[in-house]
Design a protein around this ligand. Sequence first.
Ligand SMILES: Nc1ccn([C@@H]2O[C@H](COP(=O)(O)O)[C@@H](O)[C@H]2O)c(=O)n1
Ligand SMILES: C[C@@]1(CO)OP(=O)(O)OP(=O)(O)OC[C@H]1O
Length: 156
Amino acid sequence: MRIGHGYDVHRLVPGRRLVLGGVEIPHELGLLGHSDADVVIHAVIDAILGALGKGDIGALFPDTDEKYKDIDSRVLLEKVFKMMVIEGCRVGNLDVTILAQRPKLAPHIPQMKAQLAHLLACEESRVNVKATTEEGLGFTGRQEGIACHAVVLLID
Ligand SMILES: Nc1ccn([C@@H]2O[C@H](COP(=O)(O)O)[C@@H](O)[C@H]2O)c(=O)n1
Ligand SMILES: C[C@@]1(CO)OP(=O)(O)OP(=O)(O)OC[C@H]1O
């Protein structure tokens, strides 16, 4: 068994889409990034790469490479999933915590879980996604950005 942790942050700005866990969420602000800035999928990718001992998302998919400009982060996760399978691993369980003051994410969590389970070819019961505010404190509290932690257990 192998365990990995991933953490990512993206800045909230006007004029960008808000995509979390592969789900587009209506909001007046979106996340800024070289890709679609899906902070949830980025944290999941880093957790898997951590468990595999294979570095991090920026090393694998550099933000200086035009081919990743505005890319759907689900495509990046598909690539990392293939690496995981080549290493003989499958998901034991995945636990995700999104730090966001707004918008209310609870209504979108079932769809995020379904997306992640689909992308990782595992049962939905192996994936947990939760959200918390930071009670108005810090950069997430001021709605300057959204952060996400992910912990994954891989079975080899
Ligand atoms: N962006 C968010 C943040 C939180 N929630 C849900 O609200 C509940 C209370 O949050 P706390 O900040 O007090 O932890 C919690 O159960 C979250 O699921 C949300 O939907 N969207
Ligand atoms: C995903 C990549 C590549 O498009 O760009 P960003 O969307 O800026 O995201 P980040 O979390 O900084 O990580 C890695 C990148 O190189």
